[in-house]
Design a protein around this ligand. Structure first.
Ligand SMILES: [Ca+2]
Ligand SMILES: [Ca+2]
Ligand SMILES: [Ca+2]
Ligand SMILES: [Ca+2]
Length: 728
């Protein structure tokens, strides 16, 4: 591959220019409370009335962060978990989701709070008031949405009983291309399992995420698992909340009666006693209405064939086959499963009738009403040479015994009920070919059982749109039983000087190498996939400089099967938050829980799969950050509240009374986009100016020539582009 063509290989690359562009600032729900230590400034999910915290509208300014390859990404704590008991700063965050696409239009809200002072924020009682209220009543913005499920031990601070709290939080996010570091966030408490935080077994549902579309419609599952209230949900339900329209005067409690904000909530499946998997969504932008897609343990695909009503089908499976885990979706039809009416493509792990291991991925076309078009099934190769890593020759059929027993993973344990959704990453490439990817367990006990194996590889299949030919490759792997210590696990690459050659900086590690004594994995989360087939996942890593930790990895796709690994972030990284004016440290990003994959790890639904509409994918080079739309990652961050260079979470043993503050957050990762790079080739030069002027005089003008995003195409746009172009 052409490393010289790598995005960021030149002194003129955007990464080097970052920070000097467009006054790009680094400020981010990046805040701490006015007082040090506990309880912090996370908002309660139950506050209504004059200081209602059901909806908060605020700015998060992202912080530039350079990857191991020298490429520019931007990070920010988009939303905190909700407030908990006085013993913890926030709830625990479980599954997350992002809308599959961007849309554009007016800002969701007419104004957003902004601050860059320690202590300022959106909590009505624990922050000082934000200094600024930014008027967004005019202009065109890009919009996407994210969601997470959160849970806590409830008022009694004990997990596993009928007072546990559980919420679905959404964020509808707007931004403009000229100021891509600035996100305008509407944080919304979409649904809760109780009306308030009063003591007692008053919780009425257990919630599982799920999917969200770019308008903020969120789909989730609800049942009465562990609940004892007489009002608890008594069946296996699916619900939708139009979170952008949430009534802020009440808590949207999910119970047997439905949901309190009944105007903006719908029960889409009720009376059902068959266990379901967490649902996803075919977006309102594509289908004209949000369409729920889900599945159950009887093998049915469940789809909202008409608004607020569901139908089932097994036409997506081979005869006698069965699915495993939640389904995944990409908002693009794939020719070979599209008889003409597909608007999207879905995928799920599956077994054929005789299988005792989960070795297949079923793929089907999804029509406008969610129904099944054509289908196909891809089966993991088990022969030597059937699937290898082209970069290092790794062949799992050689390294690991009984390759016919290798199986797709990250669907067991709690995943079907609590998310994430789902284990299979699916994308239709610009060429029309299909790419699917999922994590494989090479060893294990009984099929699909927990404890889950920590010996993993990330398998990718490309399906030719014309011939149907399937080619498999390995994108990442843990090597042999010794993991990173065996020196055969996949290398992670980086530059040691800006623009320098890529050299190994570490390896994927086996989970027990990082967490000694651990007896289960996985070591590699499920992947999320971007517009050109790059993969994003969490994995335990061994770094030459940073030791054993957990990393956020991008696997760069060369277009023909080979992937090289780039480190985007790791546990231990420190990021400067400029809204809070404090540094914070990433202290947790989790891959596994006590027996299986962590629902809060990355799954395929964690990414906005489409690039920004202004990005010209055909011009982006290998390694470019620009194909990434946006990625949500659950993290625990610790603010250095007293600015002493120490990051001491006071809820961790030995740190009691410390002034620092620790929050579980939905971190957003976005590409280092620069609106001046008009042709998206990674350089800002006269080609861009020429291309812009050419487009500007086209009739009709492309949307991208409304450069200043005011909804008008006029000379102001040309002037603003030229002005920006000549900024230093
Ligand atoms: Ca409890
Ligand atoms: Ca400190
Ligand atoms: Ca350019
Ligand atoms: Ca304009």
């Amino acid at each position: 591959m052409e490393r010289g063509m790598r995005y960021g290989s030149s002194a003129r690359l955007l990464a080097v220019l970052a920070g000097s562009t467009l006054g790009a600032s680094a400020w981010a729900q990046d805040s701490v409370s006015t007082t040090a230590g506990l309880p912090g400034d996370a908002v309660s999910a139950y506050t209504i009335g004059a200081n209602t915290e059901q909806v908060n509208n605020y700015v998060v300014d992202l912080t530039d962060k350079t990857s191991s390859w020298g490429n520019l990404y931007r990070f920010g704590p988009l939303m905190k978990g909700s407030a908990q008991t006085s013993s913890f700063f926030t709830t625990l965050i479980g599954a997350q989701a992002a809308s599959n696409q961007f849309t554009s239009g007016p800002f969701l809200r007419a104004a957003y709070s902004q601050w860059n002072t320690l202590g300022a924020g959106v909590n009505a009682t624990r922050n000082s008031a934000p200094a600024n209220l930014i008027d967004t009543s005019a202009g065109v913005a890009q919009q996407f949405a994210v969601a997470f499920a959160e849970f806590g031990g409830g008022p009694n601070n004990t997990f596993g009983d009928g007072d546990d709290d559980n919420n679905i939080i959404t964020g509808v996010v707007s931004f403009q291309f000229r100021t891509p570091s600035r996100l305008y966030v509407s944080r919304i408490v979409a649904a809760s399992n109780r009306a308030n935080f009063s003591a007692g077994n008053t919780a009425t549902a257990t919630l599982g995420l799920g999917g969200i579309d770019e308008a903020g419609n969120v789909h989730f599952a609800a049942d009465g698992f562990g609940m004892v209230s007489g009002s608890a949900v008594a069946d296996k339900r699916y619900l939708r909340v139009n979170s952008a329209a949430r009534n802020t005067t009440l808590v949207n409690q999910v119970s047997s009666a439905g949901a309190s904000d009944s105007t903006n909530s719908r029960v889409l499946l009720s009376g059902n006693q068959t266990s379901t998997t967490v649902p996803t969504i075919l977006s309102s932008t594509i289908a004209g209405r949000p369409v729920l897609l889900g599945g159950d343990f009887a093998g049915n695909y469940i789809f909202e064939n008409v608004a607020n009503s569901t139908a089932t089908s097994t036409a997506y499976l081979p005869s006698g086959g069965s699915p495993r885990g939640p389904i995944s979706l990409t908002a693009h039809p794939f020719a070979r499963v599209n008889a003409g009416a597909s608007v999207a493509t879905a995928a799920v792990l599956s077994r054929a009738s005789a299988d005792t291991r989960t070795r297949g991925i079923s793929v089907w076309g999804v029509k406008n009403d969610g129904s099944v078009d054509l289908n196909t099934r891809l089966v993991l190769p088990s022969s030597v040479g059937g699937i290898t890593d082209p970069t290092d020759g790794y062949d799992p059929a050689v390294v690991w015994a009984t390759p016919a027993n290798h199986e797709f993973t990250n669907f067991a344990g709690q995943v079907s009920f609590r998310g994430g959704s789902g284990p299979v990453a699916v994308q239709v490439l610009p060429s029309g070919d299909l790419l699917v990817a999922a994590t494989v367990a090479t060893t294990g006990t009984a099929p699909s059982a927990v404890p889950q194996s920590m010996d993993n590889y990330l398998a990718v299949a490309r399906v030719n749109a014309t011939s149907g030919a399937v080619t498999w490759s390995v994108a990442a792997h843990t090597g042999n039983a010794a993991g990173a210590a065996g020196n055969t696990s996949k290398v992670i690459l980086g530059v040691t000087t800006p623009g320098g050659p890529l050299v190994p900086i570490g390896r994927i590690a086996r989970y027990s190498e990082v967490f000694s004594g651990a007896t289960n994995g996985p070591s590699i989360s499920s992947p999320a996939i971007d517009a050109v087939g790059n993969l994003y996942f969490l994995a335990t890593v061994s770094l030459n400089s940073g030791g054993l930790t957990t990393g956020l990895i991008k696997a760069n796709y060369n277009g023909s099967g080979a992937y090289e690994l780039e480190l985007l972030a790791r546990v231990g990284d420190v990021i400067a938050g400029a809204n809070s004016t404090l540094n914070y440290q990433i202290q947790f990003m989790g891959v596994a829980d006590a027996d299986s994959v962590d629902s809060g790890a990355i799954f395929s639904g964690n990414i906005v799969q489409d690039a920004f509409s202004r990005v010209k994918l055909a011009n982006t080079s290998y390694g470019s950050p620009l194909p990434l739309g946006a990625l949500v990652v659950r993290a625990k961050i610790v603010y250095d509240r007293n600015n002493d260079g120490q990051y001491r979470d006071p809820t961790v043993a030995g740190n009691a009374g410390q002034p620092d503050q620790a929050y579980n957050v939905a971190m957003i990762v976005m590409p280092g986009f620069d609106a001046r790079d008009y042709n998206s080739d990674g350089f800002i030069n006269l080609d861009d100016l020429g291309d812009f002027i050419t487009d500007f005089y086209l009739v009709p003008p492309p949307v991208s020539t409304d450069y200043n995003e005011d909804g008008f195409f006029n000379l102001d746009d040309l002037g603003d582009y030229i002005t920006d172009f000549y900024l230093p």
